[in-house]
Design a binder for this molecule. Sequence first.
Ligand code: ITT
Length: 190
Amino acid sequence: LQVVVATHNPHKVEELQRILAPLLPGVELLADDGPEAVEDGDTFEANALIKARAAHERTGLPALADDSGIAVAALGGEPGIHSARYAGTRVDADNVAKLLAELEGRDDRAASFVCAAAWVDADGEVVELREWTGTVADAPRGEGGFGYDPVFLPDDADGRAAAELSPEEKDARSHRRLAFTALAERVAGR
Ligand code: ITT
């Protein structure tokens, strides 16, 4: 079975290949080479479905999508669905710098990584959302991962930043892993 992965983010593709291989054995994942869908939904779930729907309609194949970000309680959930362009650019370092500036001097640094995983095929639509809880660090650390990983201190990582975890350690805990595991179970059970 061929499944199109409706993301243009190469870091997500890499993580999804690792996560999905054992969950969907025998499935061949195809990169999405279509235009970027307009993510104008109000929620992670809505935006994941918009991306998966567009890829399914264009290719006729089952499509998977990931909409994700970091939600900070003291910022009312922001950057949330705006995480990719928080600083007005798509540059990870700019987004991280803006987040640290917004939280400058604040004690309440609780945050979650959030992932909505969507599947769309001829039989319908499935979406699952999961969170990975933690706090925002005072400064970036670590070389692994992508995006906000250098400033996210997961509650279950012994004080290390997500960017200081090995790929296997991140996969064992991440919002992406939790959401796609739940999604795969739903799709398999239909
Ligand atoms: P696609 O829409 O093409 O999938 P995108 O990068 O635009 O790619 P999103 O709109 O879902 O994806 O934005 C996700 C944002 O959240 C982006 O800034 C990422 O860097 C960040 N993010 C998502 N997952 C992350 C993770 O596991 N670690 C660190 N940052 C993450």
